[in-house]
Design a protein around this ligand. Sequence first.
Ligand code: NAD
Ligand code: HSE
Ligand code: NA
Length: 823
Amino acid sequence: MQVLKFGGTSIGSVESIKQVIQIIDNYRRNDEAKNDDRITVVFSAMGGVTNQLIEIGRMAMSGETDYMELVRRIEDRHFNVVKSLIPVKEQSKVFAHVRGIINELEDLLRGVSLIRELSPRTHDLITSFGERLSTTVITECIKSRGIPAQFCDARQLIKTDAQFGHAEVNYQLTNQLIKDHFDKNTDLQLVTGFIGSTVKNETTTLGRGGSDYTASIIGAALNATFIDIWTDVDGMMTADPRKVPNAFNIPTITYAEAMELSHFGAKVIYPPSLQPAFARNIPIRVLNTFNASHKGTTVSRTAERRQYTITGISSIDDIALVNVQGSGMIGVAGVSAKLFGVLAAHKISVILISQASSEHSICFAIDPRGAEHVKSILDAEFAAEIEHGHIDNIIIERDLSVIATVGEGMKKSSGIAGKLFSVLGKNGVNIVAVAQGSSEINISVVINKNNLSKALNALHNIFFQSEARVLNLFLVGTGLIGRTLLKQIFDQSEFLREEKLLKVCVVGMTNTKKMLLNPKGISLNDWRERLLTEGVTTSLPAFVDKIKDYNLPNSVFIDCTSDKDIVQFYESLLDANISVVTPNKVANSGPYSEYRRLQRTALNRGVKFLYETNVGAGLPIINTVQGLLTSGDRFLKIEAILSGTLSFIFNTFRPGSSFADVVREAKEKGYTEPDPRDDLSGQDVARKILILAREAGFPLEPEDITITNLLPDSCLAAPTVPAFFDELERNNAYFEKLLTDAEANGEKLRFVASFENNKASIGLKTVGVDHPFYQLTGADNIVSFSTERYKDRPLVIKGPGAGAEVTASGVFADVVSIGSYLA
Ligand SMILES: NC(=O)c1ccc[n+]([C@@H]2O[C@H](COP(=O)([O-])OP(=O)(O)OC[C@H]3O[C@@H](n4cnc5c(N)ncnc54)[C@H](O)[C@@H]3O)[C@@H](O)[C@H]2O)c1
Ligand SMILES: N[C@@H](CCO)C(=O)O
Ligand code: NA
């Protein structure tokens, strides 16, 4: 025997009922072919009807007469199925049948309306009409197709006590009645779900998950090979797909896991109602009526070997935490008995309990709607203890959620809790309370509700590793570096996803005019048009607010501007557990205290502040310095050429040519700062040597750097960039003289930065042929580090130190390294 059950959505419309009949027919054909198994089918009420019946009952009781209108609607829905799915000549008989059932309901409602009383018993009788109507109509549809089928009223089979609303089944009697019935009746049995009756034949209902329960009871009594629960989703998923878009189907799951997951809000099945089937080890398949070829989820005693240590993540979105604490609880037996005793007496369900071994406090989670009530109960119960100071005031915390990670694979497997807490920590999710059952298949954490989505997604991303980890990027500045970075991300995204399991998602971008945000990721092949057409008016505070509002896991803020104002946002971003990556040197070259504060904030928050491209663009200079310092090396001297622009200029400028043109060329090649005066004035180099010295462990301030200026004052004073170029033209002779003087001595011009004995200086120098900087070409940078370990021969890093591609790739590498860190 196989037992099938179709829920309310599966039989919610004519179209879906057609689909259901098709599915039933497929089973029959398969069974006939195999010639072995029978099937029986349990139905819920048509979607929404049970709730309507409850409302109708309430209206009748309170004397509202328009309940008849709702009864008509229910009747019409069933008539409509008959009209659509049964041949015309057979319809009148079925109409009469349905009418008869509706008449019975109307009589009952008239009674309720007259005496203005609705007992639980009558309530159950009223709600029983939903299943009785749906099953009657579907039975007729199936019979009209020539299939020998029989309507089966479960009230004849399932015998219960008289707890109306959630009746207890008398299994001994019920099992016997079911066996007898199925022995005698060999036609296809179509059974009303949800309802039963007492020995006095009063109608009862089976409570939550009622029709699943019916299927489970019948399946267990007949020792079914399978129970198939047909619903409107592809089985159980690793998480609620409305909250975690990456959630996916779980092919097999154990009863215990299903129980734990469903307790936490996964509404697909309600495992307690499947208990009779569990007890007999009957596998339950959860299948989708609207996607019938999908394999769904099989729930059974053992699950197949899995790829992942956890099976699913689930949550209760809104809970309150009650905290009972006080010195009078330490070592005192009976406090928790008293506490939970009084809660039980008031029928208060406790979702989670946690007590630290100090015994100083017990906290437990409850439905927030009952929080005030619980507080008043406990205040009364512990009045004496509170008065004597043995117990502090009872505190309720609200706006919390519980997340449960569930899986048999967690049993006796270490590192899972570590991973869980670490990923939540790195994402700035504070953990308010924790509970792990000794079954070890559920670790539950209580967190603030506003972090729920972020936490669920971050956990899902880390535990279901074959899925790529997601980095959510927010980019400010779509100039040369910003747009080159976007292009590189676009070109590389497939490789990263396939080979590095990293999904780099640009969620937000802004220039000075417009911002564009899309939590699912902005498509990078046409971002420019989208920013232009779909972008909205922007400002830095508004953009930063959006980032914080989204509260996405693994968020990274990328500043590709040279803006001075933007850096004031870094700290609050880091503080909100958002990593910051930037080629912008402003933040690291201001007061030392600010530089330190950013470093500290990132460290404390467990996020990253990365700026490899602050010095030498993509050349691995900052990382090298950090590596040497952390491994215990000491810096003795740094000597460097740190301006790609100035390198290029002094390698390109020839006597007789225009110096201004060479600077223009450097700008066109993307080497210069947005304002090239920053390069020529030495400002850019000053920032870089300052940053290098700081990275090397020396707390330098900007004013500690001696700058020997290269530019004539008139150039520096030029009010605009074009005016600056004009001034350069006028001063051509000055630059030519610098060059010819050097060349007369067989030397070259080099703008050199050096740091030694706590002092940094920068300025134009001439270097002879035997100087290591003499051979530098193009826009190359060179840095030479003399350290305790690299004393005799310095460590030298050399290569292109400016330009769009190399800089963007350095920024990109920083971003990707955050992906690895978060893994
Ligand atoms: N070009 C290089 O070789 C190189 C190398 C290393 C570091 N950098 C650094 O990279 C950064 C960007 O350089 P670039 O060459 O791309 O300059 P760019 O002028 O081409 O781009 C900067 C962009 O940022 C925008 N912007 C400025 N303030 C903004 C704000 N508040 N909000 C939004 N957008 C804003 C500007 O409109 C411009 O489009 C600079 O800090 C520079 O020092 C550049
Ligand atoms: N303008 C800078 C870019 C690298 O920071 C340079 O010329 O070196
Ligand atoms: Na670098």
